[in-house]
Design a protein around this ligand. Structure first.
Ligand SMILES: C[S@@+](CC[C@H](N)C(=O)[O-])C[C@H]1O[C@@H](n2cnc3c(N)ncnc32)[C@H](O)[C@@H]1O
Length: 405
């Protein structure tokens, strides 16, 4: 009996696909709120064997977890815990697939397809997909999921490095990252360092993929060391509702600009493009301060963002953009500035009390202050909300009292 194991093996997979398996999955779906042992006992009382009961319950729980990513489809699909965690969000995968289709890609080899969020999106965009994964269970699951969704995806279980690519129209690779999924190791002083050995397929192979298949797209961790990317690729940073979720390298003929920020909010995608090398103007503070989305910052498009706002930086090394104009922008949060003061706890506390502030959201760029400690030290007791930005202007630490626009 394995009530809490989130993995599945090939025999269990076969059992889940049987008629008994469907019945066990349906019964388990009603029991996911219960303690695992009680839920398995309930399934056993309905006549399911211990192994099937355990794996059906684990799948039912994974399906519940998968709804956030896969929507209602989740209740028809099978998952592994790792595969679910690594799967691209469907909105991001769909946007990538649409761009591939628009670039004329008709055949795509997905090298390390996982549970197939990207492969499924590509197939739905009308692209013929050959999906490859080295893990037999993962390959079996994507084959099953594709069938359930009525998609014709050709699945192989193989090492990506052994797949003949001379006839591949286009390639996509989203390499697995070991252990922490960070694609990085830590030095003794805890800085994260890019480590190619963390990648599977290995980074050395991934990075030369565009030389084998010019139409190559890669999905990478947002913190990828940009100097190691394939030559002349476009680097896109993608965020969803403010969280940076991935970097994508668009290689060969797929590259359109040096840098792009893809900012997805709700159902809408907004794009900012540029060279990634421009330096933003530096100047005085203003009536408004803008906090750029992480995708804008990481794609080095802050200067392009500042242009949209007719803005400037208050400090050359800090990505808050100051402006006298109130501009509606999807590429960052806007704040109306109430007061900018040199940082002093006493002065800040007095200013917030005078404004009857009781609740502050605290943002910081270029400040080493401990936000939670500061919140305690402020000892606020008022009724009003405020935003507090801790940063530097012309090299000096400042506190900005503001409110969101
Ligand atoms: C990050 S996941 C892919 C997720 C997928 N893009 C999705 O959205 O569902 C990476 C996959 O690569 C597979 N993989 C790792 N090394 C591989 C190799 N050398 N050859 C083929 N597949 C490999 C892993 O088994 C894993 O399923």
């Amino acid at each position: 009996m394995r009530p809490t194991i989130d993995g599945v093996d090939l025999d269990q997979l076969a059992a889940l696909r049987s008629r008994d398996g469907s019945a066990a999955l349906a019964a388990a779906a009603e029991l996911t709120g219960q303690e695992p042992l009680a839920a398995v006992s309930a399934l056993r009382a309905r006549g399911f064997g211990p192994d099937l009961a355990g794996v059906a319950l684990s799948q039912a729980r994974l399906r519940d977890r998968a709804v956030g990513k896969f929507g209602a489809d989740a209740y028809r699909l099978l998952f592994t815990k790792d595969g679910l965690e690594q799967a691209t969000r469907p909105a991001v995968a769909a946007r990538r697939a649409a761009r591939l289709a628009q670039a004329g890609v008709r055949h795509l080899t997905d090298l390390g397809c996982g549970l197939g969020a990207d492969a499924i999106a590509a197939a739905r965009a009308g692209i013929t997909v050959h999906a490859v994964d080295a893990d037999p269970v993962t390959a079996a699951i994507i084959a099953y999921n594709a069938t359930v969704l009525g998609l014709d995806i050709d699945v192989s279980c193989a090492d990506a490095r052994d797949v003949p690519l001379s006839a591949a129209g286009a390639a996509f690779c989203d390499p697995a990252r070991r252990v922490t999924g960070s694609g990085a190791r830590r030095t003794r002083d805890t800085r994260r360092v890019f480590d190619p050995a963390d990648y599977s397929p290995p980074w050395d192979w991934v990075v030369q993929l565009p030389t084998l298949v010019p139409y190559t797209a890669l999905k990478l961790a947002p913190g990828i060391e940009q100097s190691l990317l394939p030559e002349d690729c476009e680097l896109e940073l993608v965020s969803v509702d403010g969280d940076v979720v991935e970097a994508a390298a668009w290689c060969g003929p797929l590259a359109q600009v040096p840098r792009r920020a893809g900012v997805l909010r709700g159902r809408t995608a907004h794009e900012l493009t540029g060279s990634g090398t421009r330096i933003a103007r530096v100047g005085p503070t203003g009536d408004y301060v803008y906090d750029p989305d992480g995708a804008v910052v990481r794609s080095h498009l802050v200067a392009e963002y500042a242009d949209l706002l007719d803005g400037r930086l208050g400090d050359e090394s800090i990505a808050y953009v100051w402006s006298d104009a109130k501009v509606a922008t999807p590429f960052g949060r806007a704040f109306a500035v109430d007061e900018v003061m040199p940082f002093s706890l006493k002065r800040l506390r007095t200013a917030l009390r005078e404004r009857n502030v009781g609740r502050v959201e605290i943002l910081k760029r270029g400040s080493a202050l401990d936000v939670e400690q500061l919140r305690r030290d402020l000892r606020l007791a008022g009724d009003e909300p405020a935003s507090l930005l801790l940063t530097r202007v012309a090299g000096r630490p400042v506190a900005v009292i503001a409110h969101p626009v």
